[in-house]
Design a protein around this ligand. Sequence first.
Ligand code: G4P
Length: 194
Amino acid sequence: MKLLEDRIRKDGVVIGDDVLKVDSFLNHQVDPDLMAAVGEAFYSKFKDEKITKILTVESSGIAPALATAMQFHVPLVFARKHKSLTLKDDLYTATVYSFTKQTSNTISISHKFLNSNDRVLIIDDFLANGQAVQGLTEIINAAGATTVGAGIVIEKTFQKGRKMFDEQGVHVVSLARIAAFENGQVVFADERDV
Ligand code: G4P
């Protein structure tokens, strides 16, 4: 998606060998027009799949997931990472390890919001090691629902998430695919392919 790649080039900040800071438009300050375009792009890829629910994990997945849910006119459900006073019983849970933060989180979704008739599209901001998407697919399986696919805003193709989902047969669509960071610059996979 050219609009997104241009924005990453303009405002993304490469940190070290493997992290891209996108807090000015995606996961701290959020650009609503860019999110609307992201939602439209995922809709055009999955519109024939009879999606009934959009799933993500709080917090950074929520903005692109809501934009997508608004296109499909289906509910967005975000898995919660923190225990809440009102979120106690009847939960599907999965453990998600964050390589970036080196912490484990239990993510949970209420039984009320996912059932065996659901055809689910997972949306997330990054695909790196694939832990978040993996945790969500475990929850979808536990509910007896169907994972139709995963829409990712920014994929880092050099980390292990993509390979893992290709092996599992999960249909992953990424709007920007980063092959490497070289000298503080982003190299997109489509540039490397040519
Ligand atoms: P995953 O995203 O494929 O699950 O892999 P990983 O375990 O490596 O990611 C852990 C967290 O780091 C995730 O956020 C993910 O979105 C974020 N992340 C991974 N790579 C990058 C990157 O290059 N840049 C930025 N900005 N974030 C990255 P999280 O723990 O779910 O936190 P939250 O921000 O959603 O609350």
